[in-house]
Design a protein around this ligand. Structure first.
Ligand code: FAD
Length: 605
């Protein structure tokens, strides 16, 4: 069946959606019609900021094409006075502002400039209302670990300061139903992560092109019995799955070679093992195993006995919201508790109030940053107008791919270091389902498939509950099915893989992706009763043009005895400090918060 854009609007936004969505249907439809890229954004605080929406992508492209040099007469000086300007309101930027406020007793003024319609960066969420059920899924940053109370790590202290609990409640599973093992995040089911602790259905298609599709469950637990691999490949896949951990010396060695060379050269595994692990490496490390250092790839293989990760309802969105609640209490006017912050809408007007010690200016695209008059001048565009604001110090928390275009006086040493950072796109898709009986029928809350038209795996989680957010776990009730995927091209360099993937990500319309997703789900699930027209209530795409820094050999410890580029960039220069998660090594929420803390210490020293 050919699905056209109008059909989708009729089915999910104007038809079923009109009664269900908080955003008035005509407004949602008008937005979707205007912009063939961004598509439907769900409801709630994040409805206008799914992934990088077209407005943000197009502003970024103007910058990366040429250095921005507006005439002075085009820029309005705001005349405001700040002690610190932070560029970027992701976890690094919010973390910077938090530690800056802490170090200065909340007495200094900090402005965060963020180009999205909401703060959070890669830590945002999608929300849906389906048949009266509120559903939340992560846009990108997803799992986290609970720090041990009293361990005195940054995260331990932050959990206490931000009123985050160490124990959580999870949706109940009815004992009278078939027992199913659910992931509590959207990574555990993936190859090499906690795949042995989740019920995963593996779809191998129609073997030989005809006949019944081959579905197997939990292939590693059954030692790949029945899987369409040769005995040698089966033996090698089991060896790969069991090769985990290692000494610091091994890690250093693995930083000098590609993951493909490690698997096929040093471990002598069949190239089909490399092919098997490609999607998870392509997603988390940003490129195929031939362009990624073995240290990064090997790190993703977790012992089968390790506990699985967990996710807040909207993934690490929670950290950003709690930081904002701590900095600007009126912006999330709720009791300062996990449930309060999760369930209370952001008061956007409160984010940028004159006189407040911390202000967050949304929809403000920074175009140029430079030293001027003994401090730093920051030029940004908001609502089509150019403004300049100034402070004695600035922190660039806006990621390396854009910083090198924004920083007009970037020294050669840092420019050279930045030129070694290559960024890869990634995408997540949250499909709101009216029911998931088809997954229950397959006894597989997570699915892995091969050579699909769209993606390679997806899952529904056992959702976390908090306060009035009480999602149910029932095959007959709504839930969110989440897909995560990288866009990589084996055989190309890291830089080329990033470019090619981005080209594909940017040139595919929402309608094309939507059709692919519907067809892919139909291929996988039709025999189990799935019908896209009645089982799908809404699809949100979250496209990230520069999701991951690709970690080629030398990324962690440098090459030829030289320091790693990330160490060079961390030094910053003049009055400008630089903080974004990839400077910490592997990108994660903890690393972003650590970078925020480091930058705040740098500017308050
Ligand atoms: C798909 C995906 C999945 C992930 N999963 C996990 C996970 O499960 N667990 C985990 O711990 N981590 C995960 N991460 C990594 C982690 O979320 C990120 O490393 C972290 O959130 C990055 O924070 P940041 O503040 O450094 O950068 P960002 O989140 O990129 O924030 C930078 C901010 O700067 C803004 N900005 C950029 N340019 C400008 C400009 N010119 N003007 C103004 N603002 C600008 C951006 O819009 C953005 O809001 C994931 C990341 C991705 C992409």
């Amino acid at each position: 069946m050919k699905i056209i854009r109008r059909d989708f609007l009729n089915q999910t936004l104007l038809g079923a959606g009109a009664a269900l969505l908080k955003m008035p249907a005509p407004a949602a439809a008008a937005r979707a019609e205007r912009d063939t890229f961004t598509g439907y954004g769900g409801v709630g605080d994040y409805a206008l900021s799914n992934g990088d929406p077209w407005s943000v992508v197009s502003a970024g492209h103007r910058l990366t094409k040429e250095q921005f040099r507006p005439a002075a007469s085009e820029i309005a000086e705001t005349g405001e006075s700040f002690d610190l300007i932070v560029v970027g309101g992701g976890l690094s930027g919010l973390g910077t502002a938090y530690y800056f406020a802490k170090a200065t007793g909340g007495k200094k003024r900090c402005l965060i400039l963020e180009n999205h319609p909401i703060f959070g960066g890669h830590a945002k969420q999608n929300e849906f209302l389906v048949n009266g059920h509120r559903l939340i899924g992560p846009q990108a940053s997803n799992d986290f670990g609970i720090p041990r109370e009293g361990s005195r790590t940054q995260m331990d202290e932050l959990f206490t300061e931000l009123h985050l609990p160490r124990e959580y409640g999870w949706a109940k599973w009815d004992d009278s139903l078939k027992p199913l093992r659910f992931a509590r995040d959207n990574y555990s089911h993936m190859d090499g992560i906690n795949d042995t602790q989740v019920d995963v259905g593996y779809y191998f298609g129609r073997q030989g092109g005809s006949g019944k599709p081959l579905w197997l469950r939990n292939i590693f637990a059954s030692k790949l019995e029945g899987a369409p691999f040769s005995d040698r490949v089966k033996r090698d896949l089991l060896k790969w799955r069991a090769t985990t951990g290692g000494s610091e010396e091994l890690r250093r060695h693995l930083d000098t070679i590609s993951y493909k060379d490690y698997l096929e050269g040093e471990l002598q595994l069949d190239p089909q093992v490399t092919k098997f692990v490609e999607p998870v490496i392509g997603l988390i490390c940003g490129a195929s195993p031939d362009a990624v250092c073995a240290r990064a790839g090997h790190n993703l293989v977790i012992p089968t006995s390790s506990p699985g990760g967990i996710s807040y309802p909207g993934g690490n969105t929670t950290f950003g919201r709690h930081l904002v609640r701590a900095l600007i209490p009126e912006a999330i006017p709720a009791e300062f508790s996990f449930a309060g912050v999760l369930n209370t809408a952001v008061d956007f007007k409160a984010l940028d109030r004159p006189g407040a010690p911390t202000r967050i200016r949304l929809g403000a695209s920074v175009m140029r940053v430079e030293h001027a008059s003994g401090g730093v001048a920051v030029t940004y565009e908001k609502d089509g107008k150019l403004y300049r604001t100034r402070a004695p110090r600035a922190v660039m928390a806006s990621a390396g791919w854009i910083n090198r275009h924004l920083l007009a006086d970037l020294p050669d040493e840092l420019r050279a270091a930045y030129s070694e950072f290559h960024y890869a796109p990634a995408m997540s898709v949250n499909v709101a389902l009216t029911n998931w009986r088809f997954l229950y029928q397959l006894e597989a809350p997570a699915v892995r498939y091969f050579d699909g038209e769209f993606g390679w795996s997806c899952n529904i989680r056992r959702p976390m509950m908090a306060g009035t957010y009480q999602p149910v776990l029932d095959p007959n009730k709504p839930n969110v099915l989440t897909f995560y995927l990288g866009l990589y091209t084996p055989g190309k360099s890291a830089a080329e893989q990033g470019e090619l993937g981005r080209k594909k990500l940017l040139s595919t319309t929402y309608a094309e992706y939507e059709s692919q997703i519907r067809r892919q789900m139909t291929t996988l699930f039709r025999a189990a009763g799935f019908r896209d027209s009645k089982d799908i209530a809404g699809i949100v795409l979250n496209r990230w043009g520069h999701a991951r820094v690709i970690q080629p050999p030398g990324f962690y410890y440098g090459r030829d005895g030289k320091p790693a580029p990330r160490e060079v960039v961390q030094k910053g220069y003049g009055k400008i400090a630089i903080a974004h998660s990839e400077l910490n090594g592997h990108q994660n929420a903890t690393g972003a918060l650590a970078q925020g803390k480091r930058a705040a210490e740098q500017v308050t020293a």
